[in-house]
Design a protein around this ligand. Structure first.
Ligand code: DON
Length: 555
């Protein structure tokens, strides 16, 4: 549905009569990973909803049309800015470990991690947070009823959406696991095979689940018939969920973490995401250097070294703030960063201790969207079911594809997860605990305007944000923030991972000569969605990552 537009001559006449007025702000702007989600959100804005209402709609539509990325069986973080009073908060709708979970859940009798157990099937699923977060967002910050904001997703679930190339790639990747569970296979495959391009995926059970949420709010998901079906389905397939897990789930409002870099104000995700802390730590470290005075190669070396140090602290200290004490204030303190950079050498890599590399995701499952409305309300949201198609398990009669977010815990100290990340005590499994995340929904304010951005990509999310913020610091626009070639280091494995073309042959040689190990990737990664609102004029612009098929639109 598109909004009726005024006659162009009327618009021109107004411009002529009222010179000096700020540019028209329209309804707002949305950047998301799927054109159907962007469009549905814009319809909500033009129908009288604010950014928070549109955030409900976009998340719910993505749950339907990007089932491999996020969904009602997953969770996420919503960073909010309310224009009327400047209030900022992070809604923590992260999954929690079931109450019957324990630290050795994924180990065999000899203490070894059982391959696949934290990634496939219902035992890998945390208790979902997204339905509660959407109900909370609507009740506390929106102005439209859920019946209205969930309507586009309900319609798309019932009427279906067409399969595209990306859907097929993701389904192919997880085919074996999707085939294991009849309800998942029926929902996402065609007679047990990857559906053909253009095939229509209808999800009537999911439509019904969304209707329950629309009618009954959070209880429609976490109590009653649906909750019973979820628990029964999980238990029958070997999982450990109980009714109490769902009934007890709570969204938490958390204070975002804040930092500064060259006069830019960074507002980002707080624990249980590591994103804001690691991003600010990297920026604090870089602030100790006059980047312009270094060669492009030296800058790359420096970026890698600050990534290494910030990710090391992630592994060491970070976890669920409700379970562990973390030195957050220290980790984002510029003086602490000054200490971190002291042993950076310009002519040599600092070795991380060696450990085996994990498997690495492609970086387009999980999803991010950014919204700014005409009043200046903002939402930066990154949502996940973790791996493509999450656990691949759907509880019969629910249409809800469960996450495999339990793999974000450290199953055993020092053993890497699917993103190659290691962790320790702070991120060990405990009943009811939230697993550490890398999702980094962020706002960046400069003297000239404010940016809203984020991306999927597992452990590489945070270094992608770093590249984006540095592009902004260099005066570039949204197209460059999302488009810039990417490279990454996460402490362990001790290697620079990089997109094809991100490092020239000469740079690769020189970095190796400094002692860096290189791990070229055979594909690009990430799917950043960015918006920008100019101060004063309110003029909006945005960009959707060229690596994905999303859309950024200003209306
Ligand atoms: O919360 C996290 O950090 C992960 N579950 C995010 C996973 C992700 O971005 C997958 N995309 N490649």
């Amino acid at each position: 549905m598109t909004r009726p537009r005024p006659f162009p001559w009327l618009f021109l006449l107004l411009l002529f009569l009222l010179p000096g007025l700020p540019a028209a702000q329209g309804q707002g702007a949305i950047a998301s990973a799927h054109p159907l989600a962007t469009e549905a959100g814009l319809d909500i804005l033009s129908g009288g909803g604010n950014a928070f209402d549109a955030a409900v709609t976009v998340a719910a539509v993505l749950a339907v049309v990007e089932p491999y990325s996020s969904g009602m069986g997953g969770g996420g973080f919503w960073l909010l800015h309310r224009a009327s009073d400047g209030y900022e908060v992070m809604l923590d709708g992260r999954e929690r470990a079931p109450l019957a979970a324990h630290r050795d859940l994924y180990l065999d009798d000899s203490g070894e991690v059982v391959p696949g157990l934290s990634v496939n099937g219902p035992l890998s699923a945390g208790i979902p947070g997204q339905p509660a977060a959407l109900a909370h967002l609507a009740a506390r910050y929106g102005r439209l009823p859920l019946a209205q904001t969930l309507a586009p997703a309900i319609r798309l679930a019932r009427e279906g959406f067409p399969v595209d190339a990306h859907y097929r790639r993701m389904a192919e990747w997880r085919l074996e696991q999707l085939r294991r569970w009849p309800a998942a296979s029926a929902q996402f495959l065609a007679a047990g095979e990857v559906p053909l391009p253009g095939a229509i995926i209808k999800q009537p059970d999911l439509a019904e689940t969304l209707e329950r949420l629309a009618e009954q709010g959070r209880d429609g998901f976490y109590r009653g018939t649906l909750a019973e079906r979820l628990v029964a389905g999980v238990q029958a397939a070997g999982g450990i969920w109980k009714a109490q897990d769902l009934a007890d789930y709570q969204v938490v409002e958390r204070k975002p973490v804040r930092g500064e870099y060259r006069g830019m104000k960074i507002t980002s995700a707080a624990p249980p995401s590591s994103g804001g802390i690691v991003l600010i730590s990297m920026l604090n470290q870089l602030a100790r250097f006059d980047l312009e005075s270094y060669s492009p190669l030296q800058r790359k070396h420096l970026l890698v070294e600050v990534m290494r140090r910030a990710y090391r602290d992630r592994a060491e200290y970070l976890g669920d703030p409700d379970f562990v004490d973390m030195p957050v204030v220290r980790l984002i303190d510029p003086d602490y960063a000054a200490g971190l950079v002291r042993d950076i050498q310009l002519d040599a890599a600092t070795p991380s201790r060696h450990t085996p590399a994990g498997e690495h995701g492609e970086g387009q499952d999980t999803t991010h969207y950014s919204i700014i409305d005409a009043e200046g309300n903002r939402v930066s949201a990154t949502l996940s079911i973790n791996y493509p198609f999450g656990s691949c398990f759907v509880a019969p009669g629910t249409g809800v594809l469960l996450n495999d977010e339990m793999d974000d815990f450290s199953a055993r100290p020092g053993t890497p997860n699917v993103y190659g990340l290691v962790g320790g005590e702070a991120n060990a499994i405990a009943p009811g605990k939230r697993m550490l995340s890398s999702m980094t929904p962020t706002f960046v304010e400069t003297g000239r305007g404010v940016a809203v951005l984020g991306t999927p990509g597992g452990s590489r999310i945070i270094s992608m944000l770093l590249h984006g913020v540095l592009a902004m610091a260099e005066g570039e626009g949204p197209g460059e923030w999302v488009g810039r070639p990417r490279y990454h280091h996460q402490y362990l494995p001790d290697a620079i991972q990089f997109e094809p073309g991100a490092l020239s042959a000469g740079e690769q040689q020189q970095l190796q000569a400094l002692g860096h190990r290189l791990e070229p990737l055979d594909s690009t990664y990430g799917n950043m969605q960015a918006l920008y609102r100019e101060r004063g004029t309110g003029r909006l612009s945005g960009a959707s990552d060229p690596r994905g098929m999303g859309s950024a639109r200003v209306e």
